[in-house]
Design a protein around this ligand. Structure first.
Ligand code: ADP
Ligand code: ASP
Ligand code: MG
Length: 424
């Protein structure tokens, strides 16, 4: 008998009928003899709707209250799911993140898990029940305040519980059949990957492939938790994310390219007319760092404004746009730049693959594919196993399809299925 952690995303529990469908799946797993711990997300787009609601009250809601509000979403789905499972004659108990012993730091809105003390969950499963845990939430031990783990954080809850309980596997159930070579919502010809390494999955997740959230992959790699990403709507085997060698396989296949990821959640700030002297870049990014904003790509160019000046552009999460521009505006005089431009109509495309390290010409082929599709590149950044470019947001889908085709990633086995969700 084993122990399985199963996580069901919002699109898998979007209404009463879906909750009953998922309950059946869970009851079957339990009846097959395994101990089952379930992590559940808020129903459908509940989290987005709660955020919209808060923004109708105030443009900058206090982060502590925001966390209390958002954790309500997962409480609704966890209790309904426990009821649905009980209805099938299988004992089930639901627990908030706090009850499940998910302890975090005190950073509201993107708290980090520092420990999982899952004795209450252990007790429930030892007593024969299925334990249902609200994803995406924890509690700060010092303040006793409820925290959330950042968008998509239920994936992290699931992996953290799997690690704490030493589960055999962490199954992430979602609305597609696994991890694909690109988002199936954009590229119908995307192919399902049977296996990916933690390293590749880290880069895909960091580049915007939201099928798994980045922190969950980091956590899984550090704690050696094998993840199986699969659909809650089909019985198909999904994608295994692990570094372990599977019996019968010599080694992990290392394709040149594992996938094309895209991200529409970033914005670009250009600081125009920066004095071209040592120290100004440091000054600018110290201001941004002090505002607690993470930056992604950076480009410095000769200024369009005047000679002797440079323009510095960088990308950042669009959600932090206001914070960053306000902080920079306050530092305009001391840094001595001319103006700030803000642009949130950009998109980022990333080509990811461990085999890229040893294959020259990957960037050239990428740029060629974008040229042939008539797509302009605004920024470029590269690492050992990733090339990223910034394009106009409305050209991003075409760019992803063009690059996917150019690298021979299109599947010949028919279209990838998207079973549910709104893609929000
Ligand atoms: P859940 O509600 O189950 O957490 P998410 O919406 O967070 O689901 O993640 C699943 C979605 O991730 C898919 O519907 C798909 O649109 C998107 N996605 C982006 N990139 C990929 C990829 N490379 N493979 C699979 N899905 C992807
Ligand atoms: N409900 C949260 C969100 O929408 C957490 C999650 O679904 O993983 O981001
Ligand atoms: Mg998700």
């Amino acid at each position: 008998m084993g122990l399985i952690v199963q996580k069901y995303g919002g699109s898998s529990v979007s209404d009463a009928a879906s909750i009953k469908r998922v309950a059946k799946r869970i009851a079957e797993a339990k009846r097959a003899g395994d101990d089952v711990v379930v992590v559940v997300s808020a129903m459908g787009d509940t989290t987005d709707e709660l955020i919209d609601l808060a923004n109708q009250i105030t443009p900058l809601p206090p982060s502590r209250e925001m966390d209390i509000l958002l954790t309500a979403g997962e409480r609704i789905s966890m209790s309904l799911l426990a009821m649905a499972i009980a209805n099938l004659g299988v004992e089930a108990q639901s627990f908030t993140g706090q009850q499940a012993g998910v302890l975090t730091d005190d950073v509201h809105g993107r708290a980090r898990i520092i420990d999982v003390r899952a004795s209450r969950i252990r007790q429930a499963i030892d007593g024969g029940a299925v334990a249902i845990v609200a994803g995406f939430q924890g509690v700060n031990e010092l303040t006793n305040d409820v925290t959330t783990l950042g968008r998509g954080g239920s994936d992290t809850t699931a992996v953290a519980l799997a690690a704490a309980l030493k589960a055999d596997v962490c199954e992430i159930y979602t609305d597609v059949d696994g991890v694909f070579s690109a988002d199936p919502r954009i590229v119908p010809a995307a192919r399902k990957l049977d296996r990916v390494t933690y390293e590749e999955m880290l880069d895909l997740a960091a580049s915007g492939a939201k099928v798994l959230v980045l922190r969950c992959v980091e956590y899984a790699r550090r704690n050696h938790v094998p993840i199986h990403v699969r659909s809650s709507f089909s019985g198909h085997v999904g994608t295994l994310v692990t570094d372990e060698v599977v019996e019968g396989e010599d080694s992990m296949e290392q394709p040149i390219i594992s996938g094309v990821a895209h991200d529409r959640s970033e914005a670009k700030i250009t600081v125009v007319g920066v004095p071209d002297v040592p120290g100004t870049a440091a000054q600018i990014f110290e201001v941004v760092a002090a505002a607690d904003v993470n930056i992604d790509m950076i480009v410095q160019n000769v200024s369009a404004a005047r000679t002797g000046l440079t323009d510095i552009s960088f990308t950042l999460p669009a959600a932090d746009g206001q914070q960053a521009t306000e902080a920079l505006a306050a530092a305009q005089e001391s840094v001595g730049f001319e103006s700030i431009q803000y642009d949130d109509t950009i998109g980022k495309l990333s080509l990811v693959g461990a085999g890229m390290k040893s294959h020259p010409g990957v960037s050239a082929k990428l740029f060629g594919a974008l040229r042939d599709a008539g797509i302009n590149i605004e920024m470029i950044s590269t690492s050992e196993i990733r090339v990223s470019v910034i394009t106009r947001s409305d050209q991003l889908d075409d760019a992803v399809r063009a690059v996917h085709t150019a690298f021979g990633l299109d599947s010949s086995e028919g279209e990838a299925v998207v079973y549910g969700g709104t893609g929000r």
